[in-house]
Design a protein around this ligand. Structure first.
Ligand SMILES: *Cc1c(COP(=O)(O)O)cnc(C)c1O
Length: 363
């Protein structure tokens, strides 16, 4: 049996008829970009999260950089972000000319709230919280600090659709929540898609204008904007998936609880769940000091794994210009050397998971 780290096709076949019907409906409608599917999805997703506005954009990265642009954060400004994130979080900051200031993660792979205050300077304008791997971050102390120092709070929810902290949805704590609906995300489209959510009327309006060449009315351009529009067909697919999201999250939760209960090997550390937070399990990430050996062993048994992520942004070639030396973020760097994501996807068969569990336990 060959087991891949992810199987996006399974997610399609789970609701094949609904996706195909929606595709035909949109294709036959004669309207393909920013229309009634997008509007309906925006309303439905905002309702799901309990937030006032949702504005669809073309990707998660667009959601991030447009968020900082709209907040007026750019050259000369600093944004605090955790060191161990997907590089898109950091690019969302640097595309605007702002400087990322990295903070070490806690034992749940999210920003260590106790290490933020020491990084605040006169140039700090915002904190970007990433709810990595699907677990909500420790939002209470982060939100309190942002209030105390008058900083903007932006959430990268690309991996946390529906995850909660203290009974409140991620994406609704700060000024702006940024979502990606890339196919591999828990709420995934069948192409690129993203959204910005906010409780501010002003921010929502600004994003709506900015995403469509800065125009409110066709061919009247108020600001220099961009083209970051959401397609009707992707919005339609997202509406289908959103209807089933709670079931899909439950399915992954059952899978991960089975992993947590049945994986027994002294050479691996299992992920932990923070009290007061929920985990929607975008990834099931273990840690091990013997990662290369484990990857090879599992590969030999036909089991694929992925490293999220092998190079932390501050050590990537792209960010050498920041001049942050290796060794300056020891926890972040340790995670990059030891994390490993086990196969996990909606539609994963019990026997597939048993094969993985058995192999990891025998390693
Ligand atoms: C996927 C992802 C993004 C970027 O989303 P795209 O839709 O691929 O642009 C940003 N941040 C995190 C944490 C992600 O996982």
């Amino acid at each position: 049996m060959k087991i891949m780290p992810n199987r996006l096709d399974r997610g399609f076949y789970q609701y094949q008829e609904e996706f195909e019907a929606k595709a035909l409906e949109v294709l036959r409608s004669g309207w393909y970009v920013l229309g009634k599917e997008v509007e309906s999805f925006e309303n439905e997703f905002a309702t799901y999260l309990g937030v006032k506005h949702c504005v669809g954009v073309a990707s998660g990265l667009d959601a991030l950089w447009i968020a900082f642009r709209i907040l007026g954060i750019g050259t000369g400004d600093e944004v605090i972000v955790q060191g161990n994130t997907y590089i898109a979080s950091v690019m969302g900051i640097t595309i605007n000319g702002a400087t990322p200031v990295f903070v070490e993660p806690d034992e749940y792979f999210n920003i260590d709230a106790s290490k933020i205050e020491e990084k605040i300077t006169g140039k700090t304008k915002a904190v970007l919280v990433v709810h990595l791997y699907g677990q909500a971050s420790n939002m209470k102390p982060v939100a309190d600090l942002c209030k105390k120092y008058n900083l903007r709070l932006v959430e990268d929810c690309a991996q946390s659709h529906g995850a909660e902290f203290g009974g409140r949805m991620t994406g609704t704590f700060g000024d702006i929540g940024c979502f990606s609906f890339y196919p591999s995300k828990n709420l995934g489209a069948f192409g690129d898609a993203g959204a910005i959510v906010t409780n501010s009327d002003r921010i929502a309006e600004d994003v709506r204008i900015f995403r469509n060449y800065g125009s409110e009315k066709r061919y009247y351009n108020k600001v220099v904007g961009t083209n970051s529009r959401l397609d009707e067909i992707q919005a339609g697919f997202l509406r289908v998936r959103l209807c089933h999201l709670e079931k899909l999250v439950r399915e992954k939760r059952v899978l991960c609880e089975r992993y947590l209960e049945n994986l027994h090997n002294d050479k691996i550390m299992l992920p932990k769940i923070r009290e007061g937070a929920t985990h929607i399990w975008h990834q099931f990430v273990i840690r091990t000091e013997v990662r290369n050996e484990l990857i090879k062993y599992l590969d030999g048994k036909g089991i694929g794994t992925i490293i999220h992520y092998p190079i932390p942004p501050h050590l990537s070639e792209a960010y050498q210009y920041l001049g942050i030396k290796e060794g300056s973020l020891p926890i972040t760097e340790k995670y990059a050397k030891t994390v490993l994501s086990l196969p996990l996807y909606n539609g994963m068969a019990e026997e597939e998971q048993e094969t993985v569990i058995d192999a990891v336990n025998r390693f």
